[in-house]
Design a protein around this ligand. Structure first.
Ligand code: KG4
Ligand code: ZN
Length: 325
């Protein structure tokens, strides 16, 4: 089955052609990062207008790179939530229009579930049951997955998402936008020699990063940050310690066969190392380009969804606050 995936939930306009939920034939991402950089964060109205301009050229490019036309596509998968309402509307309406015009099956996909399916796209078959840590700009969720579509949310962040914490730390440290990669880069040349708090929330799989963010802000305001790279390294270590330890604990507690990591923060260099070091079972982490938002993961998720659920109808609507499970 060849699926065309479409992703417009945030600030990336993306389209991808994927075969049987596992093999990427083409994967095109048009990032708006430069457009939003001057505002220091994503402006929702600007994002949706840019999606409108980019979506058809991005789909055309994905088809062209795959050497396919819509005649060769079997189904359309699109992110319908969670995300920015105006942005989600662009992808969802385009997907519905193509599905209607070409009489193609439609799968409305949960963006968080799609992040998990990035792990099916680089030559491995994840072994279930598994624990997946989803760490993105808007979410930090720990999920137990026993089968396709069979999820149990073990824990989530009580305040800031890990990516949001990285983005705010970058702002405090004057490292620019987008923040996560900037903190990661600065941390590589620093030493984690500053004491930073960790919210362990013992006995739960929940997370909290707002105290750490406030701590960093106070250090900055009181002039106690002498070396920005050391502060970035110490901040990154505090976030990563908690993410890696709690993921490994959940894997032990639930006796799983595999740990997966996904979402933009899974591109973080220290997180990738630490999770592998601490996990009691083998770990899969997609290459960085499949960790951040893309449409290949949406197509993969749509493929597995269409195998077990009825197709979505044209009344499919966006759900900006869609929950994980
Ligand atoms: O999954 P994603 O591309 O979009 C959302 O669904 O949110 O994740 C974006 C988030 C941003 O907060 C970004 O700063 C963070 O992922 N991020 C990173 C790194 N690369 C991206 N955070 C830490 N280290 C990185 N290398
Ligand atoms: Zn995402």
């Amino acid at each position: 089955m060849i699926v065309l995936g479409i992703e417009t939930s945030c600030d990336e306009t993306a389209a991808s052609v994927v075969q049987d939920g596992r093999y990427i034939i083409s994967n095109v991402v048009s990032s708006q990062v430069d457009i939003h950089a001057r505002y220091g964060g994503i402006v929702p109205e600007v994002a949706s207008r840019q999606h409108l301009l980019s979506i058809m050229p991005v789909i055309d490019e994905a088809l062209k790179q795959s050497s396919k036309t819509l005649d060769n596509i079997d189904a359309i998968a699109v992110t319908f939530g969670p995300g920015l309402a105006g942005s989600l509307l662009v992808g969802t309406n385009v997907a519905k229009a193509i599905s209607f015009a070409r009489n193609l099956s439609l799968a409305g996909v949960n963006h968080l579930e799609a992040h998990i399916y990035a792990n099916w796209l680089f030559g491995h078959e994840p072994a279930m049951p598994l624990v997946c840590l989803i760490v993105s700009g808007g979410h930090t969720d720990l999920v137990l997955m026993k089968g396709h579509g069979d999820y149990q949310l073990l824990g989530h962040t009580l305040d800031d998402a890990a990516g949001e914490a990285f983005d705010k730390a970058a702002r405090v440290l004057g490292l620019g936008y987008p923040g996560g990669p900037a903190v990661d880069r600065a941390a590589e040349s620093g030493s984690p020699n500053m004491e930073m708090p960790r919210a362990w929330l013992k006995g739960t799989s929940n997370f909290s990063f707002s105290g750490l963010k406030t701590f960093l802000t106070r250090l900055k305001e009181s002039g106690q940050i002498e070396n920005v790279s050391d502060a970035a390294a110490s901040f990154r270590k505090a976030v990563v310690d908690v993410l890696a330890t709690k993921t490994a604990n959940a894997a032990r507690e639930h006796g799983v066969n595999q740990v997966l990591v996904s979402g933009g923060v899974a591109a973080n260099r220290l997180l990738r190392q630490e999770i592998v070091n601490q996990s009691p079972v083998p770990v899969l982490i997609p290459p960085p380009a499949l960790c951040t938002d893309n449409a290949a993961m949406v197509a993969a998720c749509g493929y597995f969804q269409l195998k077990r659920k009825p197709v979505d109808r044209l009344c499919l609507d966006v759900k900006p606050s869609l929950k994980f499970a």
